[in-house]
Ligand binder design. Structure first.
Ligand code: NAD
Ligand code: DAU
Length: 351
């Protein structure tokens, strides 16, 4: 094997796209997907590659330091691509401690295991930490986040991710570990768990349920096709210089309400509903606490240095995403059974 790579969180939304890309593009790499299979992890996301000879799944928790250290000894990893995280802002508001455990302690456990196993010899070794634009806080009406923007996280989720980013940089500066970090904007596409805005709205519109829009729907997010993110991770993993940070984003800002209206229009067409029917489901609900107004990523460093550009135009990507959810009804039914219903009732009854 040319490389043995540990990918954490590979059964989740973005992780499954990253695992698929690496397994298919690099038959000479051994890809080990470590995932705890929380509510957000789903092996159905990877059925198409589960029998590939260069792929292996391991169930485990990154919070368990001993287990992680053993895993390095058994598999002799050359690199880590770390995506495992608690990822939903609303859940972090309800239960911050889980975010501290997985996102902070889990990341430090991985850093320690890599440092101990590689023993200061970082030639051809790499620790890639996948992070978020939310660490930069919120923008007003103008401006964009660059790699030089100061950290200013507002939610327990973004504070935990900011903390993990600081630990990754500290291990580079203190121990010389070869690290790279990327901070990406909001992803969308297939296999996205329906607690997040786009898949939640698709599921609700499909089932003629209210579509909850927080506040006045004026918050802005910068949406990127998940496969474009996976491609950026591939490029950065292979080409970035040690210690570097790259911002990844779609240059594709949408107010939530405009996005939801576009989604309603697409769903009306796909479901053969009268024009305007799905928009009737839009319901304004109590705003998220500490809700960041606007995110926008300046990805010019990535574009200029490494030649990455976003590939898919948003309207086309959104229509493809809707098609995927309508064609994969069983997947959607599986992930919205029992636990999801109680999560939804608790989360939205209070609004
Ligand atoms: P997700 O919630 O869909 O998946 C997270 C995965 O991590 C799941 O498979 C889960 O089982 C696993 N996991 C959670 N806790 C674990 C633990 N203790 N040990 C091992 N595995 C564990 O998340 P996602 O949206 O795919 O995000 C992946 C990464 O990308 C996260 O680090 C997130 O912060 C970052 N990110 C996400 C977005 C986005 O728009 N979704 C944007 C930028 C960055
Ligand atoms: O910016 C990157 C981040 O994007 C990632 O780091 C996070 O892991 C990911 O979850 C995402 O965070 P957001 O909070 O932006 O995504 P979410 O889909 O939860 O919400 C998108 C916007 O829609 C946000 O302004 C809140 C709003 N919203 C969300 C939900 C779930 C609603 O109006 N109604 C809803 O029901």
């Amino acid at each position: 094997m040319e490389k043995r790579i540990l990918i954490t969180g590979g059964a989740g939304f973005i992780g499954s796209h990253v695992v698929r890309r690496f397994v298919k593009s690099y038959p000479g790499y051994k890809i080990v997907n470590l995932d705890k299979l929380t509510y957000a992890g789903n092996l159905l996301n990877l059925v198409d590659i589960e029998d590939e000879p260069n792929y292996e799944f391991v169930k485990g928790d990154i919070v368990d330091a001993g287990f992680i250290a053993d895993l390095f000894s058994v598999y002799q990893f050359d690199a880590v691509i770390h995506l495992a995280a608690e990822s939903h802002v609303d859940r972090s508001i309800a239960n911050p401690m889980e975010f501290v455990m997985t996102n902070v302690i889990g990341t430090v456990n991985l850093l320690n295991a890599a440092k101990e196993y590689w023993k200061g010899d970082y030639d051809k070794k790499r620790f890639y930490h996948v992070s978020t634009d939310e660490v930069y806080g919120a923008l007003g009406e103008t401006g964009m986040f660059t790699e030089a923007t100061s950290y200013d996280p507002h939610s327990p989720y973004s504070a935990s991710k900011a903390s993990s980013d600081h630990f990754v940089r500290a291990y580079h500066d203190t121990y010389g570990l070869d690290v790279v970090i990327s901070n990406c904007s909001n992803n969308y596409g297939s296999h996205h768990f329906p607690e997040k805005l786009i898949p939640l709205a698709i599921n609700n519109i499909k089932n003629n349920k209210a579509v909850p829009v927080y506040g006045k729907g004026e918050n802005v997010r910068d949406w990127l096709w998940v496969e474009d993110h996976a491609r950026a991770i591939d490029v950065i993993f292979h080409q970035a210089k040690t210690g570097e940070t790259y911002n990844i984003g779609g240059h594709n800002e949408w107010k939530n309400i405009d996005l939801i209206k576009l989604l309603c229009k697409i769903m009306d067409q796909k479901l053969g509903r009268e024009a305007g029917a799905s928009e009737q489901l839009i319901t304004y609900v109590t705003d998220r606490a500490g809700h960041d107004l606007r995110y926008a990523i300046d990805s010019s460093k990535l574009q200029h240095n490494l030649g990455w550009v976003p590939g898919l135009q948003f309207e086309e990507g959104l229509a493809k995403t809707v098609d995927w959810y309508l064609e994969n009804e069983q997947w959607l039914n599986d992930v919205t059974s029992s636990n999801y219903q109680s999560y939804y009732e608790t989360q939205y009854a209070e609004r």
